[in-house]
Design a protein around this ligand. Sequence first.
Ligand code: ADP
Length: 476
Amino acid sequence: MEYKSFIGGAWHETSDSTPNVNPSDTSDILGHAAVGGADDMARAIDAASGAAAQWAKSTPQQRFDVLDFIGSEILARKAELGELLSREEGKTLPEGIGEAARAGQIFKFFAGETLRQTGDVLASVRPGIGVDVTRSPVGVVGLITPWNFPIAIPAWKIAPALAFGNAVVLKPAELVPGCAHALAEIISRSGLPEGVFNLVFGRGSVVGPELIGSNKVNAISFTGSVGTGRAIAADCGKLLKKVQLEMGGKNPMVVLDDADLDIAVDVSVNGAYFSTGQRCTASSRLIVTEGIHDKFVAAVEERLNNLNVGHALRKETHIGPVVDEKQLQQDLDYVDIATKDGGKVTGGQRLNRDTEGFFMAPALVTETTNDMRINREEVFGPVASVIRVKDYDEALAVANDTEFGLSSGICTTSLKHASHFKANAEAGMVMVNLPTAGVDYHVPFGGTKGSSFGSREQGTYAAEFYTTVKTAYTLP
Ligand code: ADP
């Protein structure tokens, strides 16, 4: 399979290509992706810029039909797309199919939103004058996406961008070209005018700056690492370009003495280790009060012993491989750092399976304190640590003592503590007796502090980023 860039309504060859490797079995090469250069990106931006005015004038019905077509096809093909996703990214097949379905649902949601675009009509404070407030498209939006949700994250940026009348240039992550290509192929048959949607493969450091620096691109939505996000925000700041960032997390899961132990273990294991811990919403700090601490740790360790790590497409697998060798090395390094800093580790070693892949036993690091590196820096792998605290007040203080603020969870049967936590957790999303990861597609997603920047993604709140507001005064 050759994954080509899609520019101005045509598939675009490049001389250079890079293999798409299955992390469960490195002998399985799914295809080869084009490695685009700055000139390809410039062409895509020109195509988007040329098509933006026409799409901005499209009717809600035209936009609905396009988005509904894309959503319907993704949903109808969720098993096949989910398998492709699991093969190239390494999450298990049920997780892959679930993510594909979610991408379809996102397009369906925004298809509906095209018919619900409203404004405000107000009376002026001056007599006889009317005021109306409407939303217009931003223009050309550049979308930069990571490898860990290869179809859902592109979907949750592309769908609102198109629904609100913008032209798009998508730059997906290098490790997952297959899903981006499949999505572009569906979009290419959706009835969208040529040039409104463009896909450019290539290295972030090469094609990214062209996208961010272009004066024809009006806004950038980025999901990825903190370092890249900060650099993009600084560049957009200099150009006064609208920017939205979703970055890392060091998400806490607080477990109080009065928690239901089974729920606490389920929620913590799911939040920390499913999708191989490669979610920005993963629970990486388990903050546990002393009365339940030992019971909780023993129960989590027992659960981890019963989880199968293996090939993402096998039925018996609970946890697939890490995405690539570099990420696996980073995960193993953090286990070493945690041990040297005084943590006690169970699991956390590289595993051999009957295929060559990037397998790692889930790691639980106990006896840690919140100032250790393992509790300050995002690992992005199947690694979680336990911090023992004396009571709820200390748990909340530790939960909030981080530079991140994406998702915070608590397991408790106390309404008082749950209510207090919802009000006082410094995070964009709060979960009570639920995993920190795993969110709905129709409500806002995003964080506070170092996790996010700009307005929220998803749900009706996405309008804030993908439109600009116009206030018009009329004296009839
Ligand atoms: P990760 O370490 O998880 O891959 P990155 O932030 O490096 O996170 O990558 C997220 C996305 O940002 C990818 O699509 C990547 O190609 C892109 N990217 C990387 N460097 C740059 C850059 N300098 N400018 C724009 N995009 C970039």
